[in-house]
Write a protein that binds this ligand. Sequence first.
Ligand code: FAS
Ligand code: PHB
Length: 383
Amino acid sequence: MRTQVVIVGAGPAGLLLSHLLGLEGIDSVLVERQTAEHVQARIRAGMLEAGTVELLRSVGLGARLDVEGMEHRGIHLQWPGERHHLDFVDLVGRSVTIYGQTEITKDLMVAREKAGHPAYYSASDVALHDVTGSPSVTFVDADGAAQRVDADVVVGCDGFHGPSRLSIPSSQVWERAYPFAWLGVLADVAPSADELIYAWHPDGFAMHSMRSPRVSRFYLQVAPDEDIAEWSDDRIWTALATRLAFSGWTLETGTITEKSVLPMRSFVTTPMRHGNLYLAGDAAHIVPPTGAKGLNLAVADVALLARALTASFRGDDTLADAYSETALQRVWRCTHFSWWMTSMLHRHGDDFDAQLQLAQLRRTVSSVSAATELADNYSGIPL
Ligand code: FAS
Ligand code: PHB
């Protein structure tokens, strides 16, 4: 096969890039290791920045988002005895929206089906070749047949564990592992709060999020090597009720439908381009999910890369030559913000550290300038 852009990975980054390129008349082929059902079923991100919502609407992906998305003015920050709402609309004029990554993936797959761009799911032995010359990707397709796609450009959207990053010989890596993980919980119960609650607690961080008026999403700080088998549903609800406790407020419980331990790390690889190979999304960077940046950063990479590749195919390489440097400015801003939110809210270190965290939380909810800095970053500095 021959195409203009071959994309490795059909998560949100790969699917959105293919969609954006298709709107500009640029052909692409997607090569994905898992089945489409597996990709759709992955429970991951939930919070969209204002810019992400605007972008999805502008490219014909806003229909279900506008009906099922839950627009929020801000978030609650909490510690024992205190709960404070930060109103992002008042502070920076931007809201945020809860709309699960699974829903975005479904919308993108439907759009791709309609556009008719080829996508190979259940591909194995995926390999990249000659990325600085005439790139190609080889793989074995779902029927066991050996395939090769020749392209002008190859884009690695294959996440943290994909092969694309390893095709950049001189890449530099920055990494920070955190001394804790998140236990993620999905439950069939109406949210007990109107907007997200981020709670600092001596026992550890907890968050109340949601997916719909009938489905709630929760996170608990646990040890990095926590065994999920140690967490019965009762233990989960007891820990959530303790860490989210607030006078006059009740946490509603329900049937837990999914629970898993999610690792926490900060990871950046540079450069994000090598010859005719570009990286976008988790293939190039990972942020701890405390700042709700992972998915939004992948969208920002892809929006930038789609513009750069479109201009390049039309004869102007200026944006493509600047892609890595431009994308990394946002990557490092979001990496810092995610690290800052994680460091402020997760219990670690000694009592002195706890006092510093509480001082930061009190400052953030009592100072307009401090609250504005959080609101500006969380709601998404404009693309
Ligand atoms: P993805 O990892 O989503 O997609 C990469 C795709 O490449 C996958 O479909 C994979 O199967 C495929 N692939 C891998 N190797 C391949 C190969 N060799 N050949 C072909 N295909 C290959 N972000 C938040 O904002 N909030 C959250 O709560 C949150 N929770 C998360 C929980 C988990 C367990 C993980 C891993 C991430 C979470 N994230 C969260 C971040 C997440 O949403 C990512 O930022 C988002 O999925 C990034 O999208 P992609 O860059 O497309 O990467
Ligand atoms: C989620 O709803 O999954 C979610 C929301 C905000 C975060 C992390 C995860 O910071």
